[in-house]
Design a protein around this ligand. Structure first.
Ligand code: AMP
Ligand code: GLY
Length: 428
Protein backbone atom coordinates (compact mmCIF):
# COMPACT_ATOMS: atom_id res chain seq x y z
CA UNK A 1 0.00 0.00 0.00
CA UNK A 2 1.22 3.49 -0.83
CA UNK A 3 0.42 6.09 1.80
CA UNK A 4 0.87 9.86 1.55
CA UNK A 5 1.00 11.90 4.74
CA UNK A 6 0.45 15.63 4.30
CA UNK A 7 2.41 17.75 6.77
CA UNK A 8 5.78 17.73 8.43
CA UNK A 9 5.40 18.02 12.19
CA UNK A 10 5.53 15.74 15.21
CA UNK A 11 1.98 14.58 14.63
CA UNK A 12 2.78 13.52 11.08
CA UNK A 13 5.98 11.79 12.21
CA UNK A 14 4.01 9.79 14.80
CA UNK A 15 1.32 8.92 12.23
CA UNK A 16 3.92 7.79 9.69
CA UNK A 17 5.60 5.64 12.34
CA UNK A 18 2.33 4.00 13.35
CA UNK A 19 0.98 3.43 9.84
CA UNK A 20 4.34 1.96 8.84
CA UNK A 21 4.14 -0.50 11.73
CA UNK A 22 0.54 -1.38 10.90
CA UNK A 23 1.61 -2.40 7.42
CA UNK A 24 5.34 -3.07 7.22
CA UNK A 25 4.96 -3.64 3.45
CA UNK A 26 3.60 -0.15 2.92
CA UNK A 27 5.51 2.60 1.21
CA UNK A 28 5.11 5.92 2.96
CA UNK A 29 5.53 9.37 1.45
CA UNK A 30 5.45 12.60 3.43
CA UNK A 31 4.84 16.05 1.98
CA UNK A 32 6.96 17.80 3.00
CA UNK A 33 7.95 15.54 5.94
CA UNK A 34 11.02 16.39 8.02
CA UNK A 35 14.53 15.02 8.63
CA UNK A 36 13.25 12.69 11.38
CA UNK A 37 10.65 11.17 9.07
CA UNK A 38 13.21 10.63 6.32
CA UNK A 39 14.25 7.27 7.80
CA UNK A 40 10.71 5.86 7.54
CA UNK A 41 9.20 7.82 4.65
CA UNK A 42 10.14 9.37 1.32
CA UNK A 43 9.99 13.10 1.90
CA UNK A 44 8.69 15.01 -1.10
CA UNK A 45 9.24 18.76 -1.24
CA UNK A 46 5.61 19.82 -1.64
CA UNK A 47 4.20 22.10 1.05
CA UNK A 48 0.81 21.28 2.60
CA UNK A 49 -0.77 24.33 0.96
CA UNK A 50 -0.02 23.23 -2.61
CA UNK A 51 -3.16 21.19 -3.17
CA UNK A 52 -2.98 20.81 -6.94
CA UNK A 53 0.58 19.53 -6.74
CA UNK A 54 -0.34 17.12 -3.97
CA UNK A 55 -3.22 15.73 -6.02
CA UNK A 56 -0.99 15.43 -9.10
CA UNK A 57 1.61 13.61 -6.99
CA UNK A 58 -1.01 11.22 -5.58
CA UNK A 59 -2.23 10.47 -9.10
CA UNK A 60 1.23 9.93 -10.59
CA UNK A 61 2.43 7.78 -7.70
CA UNK A 62 -0.89 5.93 -7.49
CA UNK A 63 -1.23 6.65 -3.77
CA UNK A 64 -3.78 4.33 -2.12
CA UNK A 65 -4.40 6.49 0.91
CA UNK A 66 -3.71 10.12 1.83
CA UNK A 67 -3.82 11.24 5.46
CA UNK A 68 -3.88 14.96 6.22
CA UNK A 69 -2.16 16.27 9.34
CA UNK A 70 -2.79 20.02 9.64
CA UNK A 71 -6.07 21.92 9.37
CA UNK A 72 -4.86 24.40 6.72
CA UNK A 73 -5.20 22.08 3.71
CA UNK A 74 -8.53 20.78 5.04
CA UNK A 75 -9.84 24.34 5.23
CA UNK A 76 -8.54 24.93 1.70
CA UNK A 77 -10.49 21.92 0.41
CA UNK A 78 -7.88 19.21 -0.09
CA UNK A 79 -10.48 16.52 0.58
CA UNK A 80 -12.93 18.03 -1.92
CA UNK A 81 -10.18 18.13 -4.54
CA UNK A 82 -8.95 14.57 -3.95
CA UNK A 83 -12.49 13.19 -3.88
CA UNK A 84 -13.35 14.93 -7.12
CA UNK A 85 -10.46 13.03 -8.71
CA UNK A 86 -11.34 9.71 -7.07
CA UNK A 87 -8.28 9.73 -4.78
CA UNK A 88 -8.87 8.08 -1.36
CA UNK A 89 -8.20 10.58 1.42
CA UNK A 90 -8.82 10.63 5.16
CA UNK A 91 -10.26 13.88 6.49
CA UNK A 92 -13.31 16.13 6.32
CA UNK A 93 -14.37 18.23 3.35
CA UNK A 94 -13.88 21.99 3.47
CA UNK A 95 -17.51 22.40 4.52
CA UNK A 96 -17.25 19.85 7.35
CA UNK A 97 -13.89 21.27 8.47
CA UNK A 98 -15.74 24.45 9.47
CA UNK A 99 -16.32 22.71 12.78
CA UNK A 100 -12.75 23.85 13.50
CA UNK A 101 -12.12 26.62 11.03
CA UNK A 102 -15.13 28.69 12.07
CA UNK A 103 -15.70 28.85 15.78
CA UNK A 104 -19.00 30.54 15.04
CA UNK A 105 -20.18 27.67 12.85
CA UNK A 106 -19.17 25.19 15.58
CA UNK A 107 -20.91 27.14 18.32
CA UNK A 108 -24.15 27.50 16.37
CA UNK A 109 -24.12 23.83 15.44
CA UNK A 110 -23.62 22.80 19.06
CA UNK A 111 -26.26 25.18 20.36
CA UNK A 112 -28.72 23.90 17.78
CA UNK A 113 -27.93 20.26 18.58
CA UNK A 114 -28.11 20.81 22.35
CA UNK A 115 -24.44 19.88 22.85
CA UNK A 116 -23.11 21.23 26.16
CA UNK A 117 -20.66 24.09 25.59
CA UNK A 118 -19.94 27.59 26.93
CA UNK A 119 -22.48 30.32 26.16
CA UNK A 120 -21.09 32.76 23.60
CA UNK A 121 -21.89 35.92 21.67
CA UNK A 122 -20.34 37.01 18.33
CA UNK A 123 -19.05 40.42 17.41
CA UNK A 124 -17.46 42.32 14.58
CA UNK A 125 -17.98 45.65 16.27
CA UNK A 126 -15.63 46.79 19.04
CA UNK A 127 -17.92 49.03 21.10
CA UNK A 128 -20.73 46.51 21.21
CA UNK A 129 -18.34 43.73 22.18
CA UNK A 130 -16.93 45.81 25.03
CA UNK A 131 -20.43 46.70 26.22
CA UNK A 132 -21.50 43.05 26.40
CA UNK A 133 -18.58 42.04 28.60
CA UNK A 134 -20.45 43.15 31.70
CA UNK A 135 -23.06 40.41 31.09
CA UNK A 136 -20.40 37.76 31.33
CA UNK A 137 -18.32 39.08 34.22
CA UNK A 138 -14.73 37.91 34.83
CA UNK A 139 -13.05 35.59 34.14
CA UNK A 140 -14.23 35.64 30.55
CA UNK A 141 -12.85 34.26 27.29
CA UNK A 142 -12.26 36.25 24.08
CA UNK A 143 -11.61 34.28 20.88
CA UNK A 144 -10.90 35.03 17.25
CA UNK A 145 -13.51 33.19 15.18
CA UNK A 146 -11.21 32.06 12.37
CA UNK A 147 -7.95 30.15 12.38
CA UNK A 148 -5.24 31.87 14.41
CA UNK A 149 -2.63 29.10 14.76
CA UNK A 150 -3.93 28.14 18.19
CA UNK A 151 -3.16 31.55 19.59
CA UNK A 152 -6.41 33.42 19.09
CA UNK A 153 -7.78 32.78 22.58
CA UNK A 154 -7.45 35.02 25.60
CA UNK A 155 -8.70 33.78 28.95
CA UNK A 156 -9.10 37.17 30.62
CA UNK A 157 -9.00 37.32 34.40
CA UNK A 158 -10.47 40.83 34.46
CA UNK A 159 -12.81 42.94 32.34
CA UNK A 160 -9.91 45.29 31.57
CA UNK A 161 -7.86 42.42 30.17
CA UNK A 162 -10.84 41.30 28.07
CA UNK A 163 -11.26 44.85 26.74
CA UNK A 164 -7.61 44.87 25.69
CA UNK A 165 -8.08 41.56 23.87
CA UNK A 166 -11.14 42.89 22.03
CA UNK A 167 -9.26 46.02 21.00
CA UNK A 168 -6.28 43.99 19.79
CA UNK A 169 -8.41 41.56 17.75
CA UNK A 170 -11.11 43.87 16.34
CA UNK A 171 -9.17 47.16 16.39
CA UNK A 172 -5.58 46.27 15.61
CA UNK A 173 -6.39 42.98 13.79
CA UNK A 174 -3.50 41.19 15.45
CA UNK A 175 -4.84 37.92 14.04
CA UNK A 176 -5.58 39.36 10.62
CA UNK A 177 -8.92 38.39 9.12
CA UNK A 178 -9.14 35.30 11.39
CA UNK A 179 -9.78 37.88 14.13
CA UNK A 180 -12.24 40.00 12.14
CA UNK A 181 -15.03 38.34 14.05
CA UNK A 182 -14.70 37.41 17.70
CA UNK A 183 -16.58 35.37 20.26
CA UNK A 184 -17.02 36.34 23.87
CA UNK A 185 -17.46 33.20 25.86
CA UNK A 186 -18.45 32.15 29.33
CA UNK A 187 -15.46 30.80 31.31
CA UNK A 188 -15.76 27.09 32.10
CA UNK A 189 -14.18 25.76 35.27
CA UNK A 190 -12.70 22.29 35.21
CA UNK A 191 -10.11 20.00 33.77
CA UNK A 192 -9.42 19.69 30.05
CA UNK A 193 -9.45 16.46 28.12
CA UNK A 194 -8.78 15.67 24.45
CA UNK A 195 -10.93 12.93 22.96
CA UNK A 196 -10.36 11.88 19.35
CA UNK A 197 -12.94 9.87 17.44
CA UNK A 198 -12.58 8.31 14.03
CA UNK A 199 -15.83 8.59 12.17
CA UNK A 200 -17.40 7.64 8.85
CA UNK A 201 -19.99 10.37 9.40
CA UNK A 202 -22.36 8.12 11.26
CA UNK A 203 -20.52 5.75 13.52
CA UNK A 204 -17.70 7.02 15.72
CA UNK A 205 -14.92 5.09 17.42
CA UNK A 206 -13.14 6.84 20.28
CA UNK A 207 -9.39 6.65 20.78
CA UNK A 208 -7.84 6.80 24.22
CA UNK A 209 -8.46 10.17 25.89
CA UNK A 210 -5.36 12.27 26.51
CA UNK A 211 -4.43 15.49 28.24
CA UNK A 212 -2.53 18.30 26.55
CA UNK A 213 -0.52 21.07 28.29
CA UNK A 214 -1.22 24.30 26.44
CA UNK A 215 0.73 26.80 28.55
CA UNK A 216 4.42 27.39 27.98
CA UNK A 217 5.63 27.09 31.57
CA UNK A 218 5.57 24.54 34.38
CA UNK A 219 2.47 24.63 36.55
CA UNK A 220 0.38 25.84 33.57
CA UNK A 221 1.71 29.38 33.59
CA UNK A 222 2.82 31.62 30.75
CA UNK A 223 1.32 32.13 27.30
CA UNK A 224 -0.82 29.61 25.41
CA UNK A 225 1.06 27.50 22.88
CA UNK A 226 0.17 24.82 20.36
CA UNK A 227 0.82 22.30 23.18
CA UNK A 228 3.95 21.64 25.26
CA UNK A 229 3.27 18.03 26.15
CA UNK A 230 0.64 15.35 26.53
CA UNK A 231 0.02 12.09 28.26
CA UNK A 232 -2.36 9.15 28.26
CA UNK A 233 -4.21 7.43 29.72
CA UNK A 234 -5.78 9.74 32.27
CA UNK A 235 -7.93 8.55 35.16
CA UNK A 236 -10.55 11.28 34.70
CA UNK A 237 -11.53 9.69 31.40
CA UNK A 238 -13.46 6.83 32.98
CA UNK A 239 -15.37 4.50 30.65
CA UNK A 240 -18.59 6.11 31.93
CA UNK A 241 -17.34 9.59 31.10
CA UNK A 242 -16.32 8.53 27.60
CA UNK A 243 -19.75 6.93 27.06
CA UNK A 244 -21.40 10.13 28.25
CA UNK A 245 -19.29 12.20 25.85
CA UNK A 246 -20.16 9.88 22.95
CA UNK A 247 -23.88 10.04 23.77
CA UNK A 248 -24.29 13.70 24.72
CA UNK A 249 -21.60 15.33 22.60
CA UNK A 250 -20.18 13.32 19.70
CA UNK A 251 -23.34 11.61 18.42
CA UNK A 252 -25.53 14.75 18.40
CA UNK A 253 -22.69 16.69 16.76
CA UNK A 254 -22.30 14.14 13.97
CA UNK A 255 -26.09 14.05 13.58
CA UNK A 256 -26.20 17.82 13.24
CA UNK A 257 -23.44 17.73 10.61
CA UNK A 258 -25.43 15.16 8.62
CA UNK A 259 -28.55 17.32 8.94
CA UNK A 260 -26.58 20.30 7.62
CA UNK A 261 -25.75 18.19 4.57
CA UNK A 262 -22.05 18.03 5.46
CA UNK A 263 -21.40 14.77 7.24
CA UNK A 264 -18.08 14.84 9.07
CA UNK A 265 -15.73 12.03 8.15
CA UNK A 266 -12.17 11.63 9.36
CA UNK A 267 -10.87 12.41 12.80
CA UNK A 268 -12.95 14.63 15.04
CA UNK A 269 -11.06 16.01 18.01
CA UNK A 270 -13.23 17.10 20.91
CA UNK A 271 -11.45 19.51 23.24
CA UNK A 272 -13.48 19.05 26.41
CA UNK A 273 -13.77 20.70 29.78
CA UNK A 274 -14.82 18.27 32.49
CA UNK A 275 -16.85 20.65 34.63
CA UNK A 276 -18.79 19.98 37.83
CA UNK A 277 -21.91 19.91 35.57
CA UNK A 278 -20.43 17.29 33.28
CA UNK A 279 -18.30 17.39 30.13
CA UNK A 280 -18.64 20.41 27.83
CA UNK A 281 -16.98 21.27 24.53
CA UNK A 282 -14.25 23.90 24.56
CA UNK A 283 -13.59 23.49 20.85
CA UNK A 284 -13.63 21.02 18.02
CA UNK A 285 -10.72 20.32 15.73
CA UNK A 286 -11.08 18.57 12.42
CA UNK A 287 -7.80 16.62 12.56
CA UNK A 288 -5.44 14.75 14.85
CA UNK A 289 -4.16 16.81 17.78
CA UNK A 290 -0.55 17.69 18.30
CA UNK A 291 1.12 16.60 20.64
CA UNK A 292 -1.59 14.14 21.79
CA UNK A 293 -1.04 12.02 18.68
CA UNK A 294 2.62 11.56 19.61
CA UNK A 295 1.53 10.19 23.00
CA UNK A 296 -1.25 7.98 21.63
CA UNK A 297 0.40 6.27 18.68
CA UNK A 298 2.98 4.27 20.67
CA UNK A 299 0.18 3.04 22.96
CA UNK A 300 -2.12 1.84 20.21
CA UNK A 301 -1.87 -1.90 19.78
CA UNK A 302 -4.35 -2.60 17.00
CA UNK A 303 -4.26 -1.15 13.51
CA UNK A 304 -4.93 2.54 12.96
CA UNK A 305 -4.43 1.97 9.26
CA UNK A 306 -7.46 -0.34 9.01
CA UNK A 307 -9.75 2.24 10.60
CA UNK A 308 -8.42 5.09 8.50
CA UNK A 309 -8.47 3.12 5.27
CA UNK A 310 -12.13 2.11 5.77
CA UNK A 311 -13.20 5.71 6.17
CA UNK A 312 -10.94 7.12 3.43
CA UNK A 313 -12.31 4.74 0.86
CA UNK A 314 -15.83 5.99 1.57
CA UNK A 315 -16.49 2.80 3.53
CA UNK A 316 -18.21 2.29 6.83
CA UNK A 317 -16.99 1.58 10.35
CA UNK A 318 -20.05 -0.56 11.06
CA UNK A 319 -17.94 -3.69 11.39
CA UNK A 320 -14.91 -2.07 13.03
CA UNK A 321 -14.02 -2.67 16.64
CA UNK A 322 -12.66 -0.12 19.07
CA UNK A 323 -8.85 -0.25 19.05
CA UNK A 324 -6.81 -2.19 21.60
CA UNK A 325 -4.37 -0.24 23.73
CA UNK A 326 -1.24 -1.32 25.52
CA UNK A 327 -1.75 -1.30 29.27
CA UNK A 328 1.09 1.18 29.62
CA UNK A 329 1.42 4.94 30.04
CA UNK A 330 2.90 7.43 27.58
CA UNK A 331 4.23 10.90 28.23
CA UNK A 332 5.27 13.32 25.49
CA UNK A 333 7.50 16.28 26.28
CA UNK A 334 7.77 18.93 23.61
CA UNK A 335 11.14 20.59 23.16
CA UNK A 336 10.53 24.06 21.76
CA UNK A 337 12.76 26.63 20.11
CA UNK A 338 14.09 29.79 21.65
CA UNK A 339 11.47 32.53 21.46
CA UNK A 340 8.50 30.14 21.10
CA UNK A 341 5.58 30.86 20.92
CA UNK A 342 6.07 34.55 20.03
CA UNK A 343 9.07 34.45 17.69
CA UNK A 344 10.68 31.05 17.44
CA UNK A 345 14.27 31.17 16.25
CA UNK A 346 15.39 28.84 13.47
CA UNK A 347 18.81 27.55 12.59
CA UNK A 348 20.13 26.47 16.01
CA UNK A 349 22.15 23.27 15.74
CA UNK A 350 20.54 20.32 17.53
CA UNK A 351 22.44 17.52 19.26
CA UNK A 352 20.37 14.40 19.82
CA UNK A 353 21.59 11.75 22.23
CA UNK A 354 20.85 8.13 21.40
CA UNK A 355 17.35 7.23 22.54
CA UNK A 356 16.61 4.28 24.82
CA UNK A 357 14.22 1.61 23.47
CA UNK A 358 11.03 2.98 24.94
CA UNK A 359 11.71 6.57 24.01
CA UNK A 360 10.43 7.85 20.65
CA UNK A 361 11.95 10.98 19.21
CA UNK A 362 9.37 12.53 16.91
CA UNK A 363 10.64 15.47 14.90
CA UNK A 364 8.35 18.49 14.75
CA UNK A 365 10.21 21.60 13.62
CA UNK A 366 13.59 20.39 12.41
CA UNK A 367 15.50 20.98 9.22
CA UNK A 368 18.93 20.49 7.72
CA UNK A 369 21.42 23.32 7.37
CA UNK A 370 23.36 23.82 4.15
CA UNK A 371 26.16 21.75 5.69
CA UNK A 372 23.75 18.94 6.56
CA UNK A 373 23.47 19.57 10.28
CA UNK A 374 20.16 19.06 12.08
CA UNK A 375 18.82 22.49 13.03
CA UNK A 376 15.70 24.02 14.56
CA UNK A 377 13.14 25.01 11.94
CA UNK A 378 9.92 25.71 13.79
CA UNK A 379 8.39 26.57 17.16
CA UNK A 380 7.98 23.07 18.47
CA UNK A 381 11.16 21.27 17.53
CA UNK A 382 10.84 17.74 18.93
CA UNK A 383 8.20 15.66 20.70
CA UNK A 384 9.76 13.09 23.01
CA UNK A 385 7.44 10.23 23.96
CA UNK A 386 8.39 7.70 26.62
CA UNK A 387 6.31 4.59 27.21
CA UNK A 388 6.50 2.76 30.54
CA UNK A 389 4.53 0.64 32.97
CA UNK A 390 3.54 3.67 35.03
CA UNK A 391 2.96 7.34 34.36
CA UNK A 392 5.67 8.53 36.74
CA UNK A 393 8.29 6.39 35.06
CA UNK A 394 7.16 7.50 31.59
CA UNK A 395 7.25 11.14 32.70
CA UNK A 396 10.76 10.76 34.09
CA UNK A 397 12.11 9.04 30.99
CA UNK A 398 10.53 11.57 28.65
CA UNK A 399 11.87 14.49 30.68
CA UNK A 400 15.34 12.99 31.07
CA UNK A 401 15.77 12.51 27.35
CA UNK A 402 14.29 15.94 26.57
CA UNK A 403 16.75 17.49 29.00
CA UNK A 404 19.67 15.80 27.27
CA UNK A 405 18.73 17.19 23.86
CA UNK A 406 20.80 20.26 23.27
CA UNK A 407 20.36 23.38 21.20
CA UNK A 408 20.59 27.06 21.98
CA UNK A 409 17.60 28.53 23.82
CA UNK A 410 15.79 25.19 24.20
CA UNK A 411 12.54 25.35 26.16
CA UNK A 412 10.63 22.48 27.74
CA UNK A 413 8.23 21.75 30.57
CA UNK A 414 9.44 19.34 33.20
CA UNK A 415 6.01 18.64 34.65
CA UNK A 416 4.05 16.87 31.89
CA UNK A 417 1.38 14.71 33.49
CA UNK A 418 1.39 16.68 36.75
CA UNK A 419 -2.37 16.60 37.21
CA UNK A 420 -2.49 12.85 37.06
CA UNK A 421 0.64 12.47 39.16
CA UNK A 422 -0.66 14.76 41.89
CA UNK A 423 -3.90 12.77 41.91
CA UNK A 424 -1.61 9.98 43.05
CA UNK A 425 -3.23 7.58 40.64
CA UNK A 426 -1.10 4.65 39.58
CA UNK A 427 -1.58 3.59 36.02
CA UNK A 428 -0.18 0.19 35.31
P1 AMP B 1 -9.15 26.86 22.13
O1 AMP B 1 -8.19 27.32 21.10
O2 AMP B 1 -10.58 27.23 21.89
O3 AMP B 1 -8.94 25.42 22.51
O4 AMP B 1 -8.71 27.58 23.47
C1 AMP B 1 -7.39 27.49 23.98
C2 AMP B 1 -7.43 27.26 25.46
O5 AMP B 1 -8.10 28.32 26.14
C3 AMP B 1 -8.20 26.02 25.83
O6 AMP B 1 -7.43 24.87 25.72
C4 AMP B 1 -8.60 26.33 27.26
O7 AMP B 1 -7.51 26.11 28.12
C5 AMP B 1 -8.87 27.80 27.22
N1 AMP B 1 -10.29 28.06 27.00
C6 AMP B 1 -10.91 28.27 25.82
N2 AMP B 1 -12.22 28.49 25.99
C7 AMP B 1 -12.47 28.40 27.31
C8 AMP B 1 -13.64 28.54 28.13
N3 AMP B 1 -14.82 28.84 27.58
N4 AMP B 1 -13.50 28.39 29.45
C9 AMP B 1 -12.30 28.12 29.99
N5 AMP B 1 -11.15 27.99 29.29
C10 AMP B 1 -11.23 28.13 27.96
N1 GLY C 1 -3.22 19.81 21.02
C1 GLY C 1 -3.81 20.96 20.49
C2 GLY C 1 -4.10 20.91 19.07
O1 GLY C 1 -3.72 20.01 18.35
O2 GLY C 1 -4.76 21.83 18.60
Amino acid sequence: MKILIVGGGGREHALAWKLGRDDPQSEIFAAPGNPGMASIAHCVPIGPGRLEELAAFAETERIDLTVVGPEGPLEAGIVNLFQSRGLPIFGPTREAARIETSKRFAKELMTHAGVPTARATYHTEQTEARRLLADFGAPVVVKASGLAAGKGVVVAQSIAEAEDAIDAMLGDRVFGEGGGEILIEEFMEGEELSLFVITDGERAIPLLAAQDHKRLLDGDFGPNTGGMGAYAPTSIATPELVRQVMREIIEPTLGAMRDEGYPFTGLLYAGLMVTPDGPKVVEYNCRFGDPETEALMPLMDSSLLELIASVAGGGSLARSRPPDWKRLAAVTTVVAADGYPEKPRSGDVIRLPEAPDDVHVFHAGTGLSSSGELVTAGGRVLAITAVAGGLLEAAEQSREYAEEVSFKGKQLRGDIGWRELTRGARIT
